[in-house]
Design a protein around this ligand. Structure first.
Ligand code: ADP
Ligand code: MG
Length: 314
């Protein structure tokens, strides 16, 4: 209480988005020990960037975590079922807690990390609401799927090919952007916009909706709203590739928006995986951001100031 800690100086402000595997570990079954180990590893790289002078704001995904909560609900039909927006908020706290602890342990200073439960505004007339595309939660048989009180779709083959699908509308504003900005200006270290943020519509008042906002898209919007110079998306590959998975695959290193857009338009990047990352990077740089990078956590620092990863600059 009352400690008036000095801000971290005026280091460059960077939004770093942590992907699923940086939070869970690669293989599963994702016990809490595995999660802690993965998060501690990610924390070491984030702290490396902070020690190098960057002011880091962290965001993160939540796909498997929110999926597990949905599964837990399904298996506990006697308890009240919570809507998806509430579950997203739960995962922000869950993952934020683990990140805060690992980061505070790694960087023992008087400034602790804080997690901000973050709402993200979406447009109720977004066409995504008419066309739910994002699979979430458990897999069902055809008979099970028909009984569910929500929309399901066949998304794979095998015995249980159905999953719940929800809309993935574009984020239009970060509700807590000003508060996050003030924390950052004071020198606080913030984890926010987890799982792409809790999707809300603003019609007079704020109201949560059953949807999932893409975390790369929300991270891009956050970076723009708080005036970050760079956006770094950390995932389980060290680069975005062209001809990905083919014998002649080629990592993209330094790339300008025009070239990257050509690869995007040719369909080089996986829907729902690499494509939203590339789109977020393009949009960030085209709107005046200095650098957007896609790489693995071990390359965070070199992605920012060296030669690692896919680095998009104008
Ligand atoms: P995260 O959970 O970190 O958001 P995703 O699994 O959504 O990560 O996206 C990363 C994955 O994107 C990689 O593991 C890779 O399989 C896939 N991917 C699809 N297209 C490409 C590409 N062109 N270059 C690299 N990775 C790609
Ligand atoms: Mg993933």
């Amino acid at each position: 209480m009352g400690i008036n800690h000095a801000p971290d100086g005026d280091g460059e402000l960077v939004v770093v988005a942590l992907g699923g595997n940086t939070l869970l570990g690669e293989h599963g079954p994702w016990t809490i020990d595995e999660q802690r180990a993965a998060i501690e590893e990610a924390a070491r790289h984030v702290v490396g960037a902070i020690r190098a002078g960057y002011r880091v704001v962290l965001t993160h995904g939540n796909g498997p975590q929110v999926g597990n909560l949905l599964l837990q609900q399904e298996n506990a039909p006697d308890t009240p079922q919570l809507p998806l927006d509430v579950l997203v908020a739960e995962t922000q706290a869950q993952i934020g807690y683990l990140l805060q602890q690992a980061l505070d342990n790694e960087l023992a200073t008087e400034t602790d990390f804080v997690t901000v439960v973050t709402q993200v505004v979406v447009d109720p007339s977004d066409p995504a609401f008419e066309r739910p595309t994002k699979p979430v939660g458990p897999f069902y048989t055809e008979a099970d799927a028909r009984e569910r009180p929500f929309e399901t779709r066949r998304v794979t083959s095998g015995d249980r090919p159905y999953r719940r699908v929800v809309p993935s509308p574009a984020p239009t504003a970060i509700v807590e952007a000003d508060e996050i900005q003030r924390l950052v200006d004071r020198g606080d270290r913030v984890v926010c916009a987890g799982g792409g943020g809790v999707p809300v519509i603003r019609e007079g008042c704020l109201r949560g909706v059953e949807a999932v906002v893409d975390k790369d898209s929300a991270s891009r919007l956050l970076a723009a709203e708080i005036g970050a110079t760079s956006l770094v998306i950390l995932t389980d590959v060290d680069h975005a590739y062209v001809n990905y998975g083919e014998p002649d695959e080629r990592p993209l290193r330094e790339v300008d928006p025009d070239e990257l857009r050509r690869h995007l338009d040719r369909g080089e990047f996986g829907e729902g995986s690499m494509r939203p990352k590339v789109e977020a990077c393009l949009r960030f740089v085209e709107a005046g951001g200095e650098l957007a990078a896609i790489t693995a956590p071990t390359n965070l620092e070199d992605g920012l100031c060296g030669e690692a990863g896919t680095r998009v600059t104008d």
